[in-house]
Design a protein around this ligand. Structure first.
Ligand code: SF4
Ligand code: SF4
Length: 184
């Protein structure tokens, strides 16, 4: 679920003495209780991030005391083969539906100029983070929203995502969730 050039960026940062703090370390924070009897996805994700010597630390939202209890268990731990299997499974489950934060590779395919990456990021805030108000406010603050997707006859964004996301479908669902259109 990582960007192809992230390793190069990290190496460059290290060479220049720039500290790196990783964000979005849970890759969308989707249903993470994939393996209740096995390892913990959050631990695997944190260990993967921190095993990179170029990364100084990570940040993650903690909403409840139990998040702190859970997350701290990964501190100082090393990655195992079981952790790698968990991450591979998560990527297989969600890799073709998770819009990579910071990517915008498909946006040039849209003649209407829909801010695809921002829209899908706010949808993630709404659906996965449970931050509905913040998501809707952020979406309302965009210079342009995804209204154009509702009646789009060309859907040239379809096939433009190298990760195989069903872009037009996701944008229409995002617009419904993030605007009051879906509640009329
Ligand atoms: S559905 Fe149409 S308007 Fe919406 S992003 Fe795709 S090409 Fe652009
Ligand atoms: S839909 Fe795909 S190409 Fe477009 S911003 Fe998201 S991950 Fe990148």
């Amino acid at each position: 679920m990582k960007f192809p050039k992230v390793p190069e960026v990290l190496e460059e940062a290290e060479a220049r003495g720039v500290g790196v703090v990783a964000m979005k370390t849970l890759a969308g924070a989707r249903a993470m209780d994939m393996d209740p009897k096995g390892g913990v996805f959050e631990h695997a994700a944190f260990k993967w991030v921190l095993e990179h010597p170029e990364v100084a630390g990570l940040v993650v939202t903690m909403k409840r005391v139990r998040d702190i209890d859970l997350y701290l268990q990964a501190s100082g731990q090393t990655m195992t083969s079981a952790d790698r299997r968990i991450l591979d499974r998560y990527a297989a489950l969600h890799g073709s539906d998770y819009c990579r934060t910071g990517c915008s590779d498909c946006e040039t395919a849209c003649p209407a100029g829909v801010p695809i990456a921002s829209t899908l990021r706010y949808q993630m805030y709404f659906e996965q983070y449970g931050e509905e108000k913040r998501a809707m406010q952020s979406y309302a603050g965009l210079p342009q929203d995804a209204t154009a997707c509702l009646g789009c006859g060309i859907e040239s964004c379809v096939g433009a995502c190298p990760n195989g996301l069903p872009v037009s479908l996701k944008l229409r669902a995002a617009h419904d969730a993030l605007s009051f259109a879906g509640y009329a």
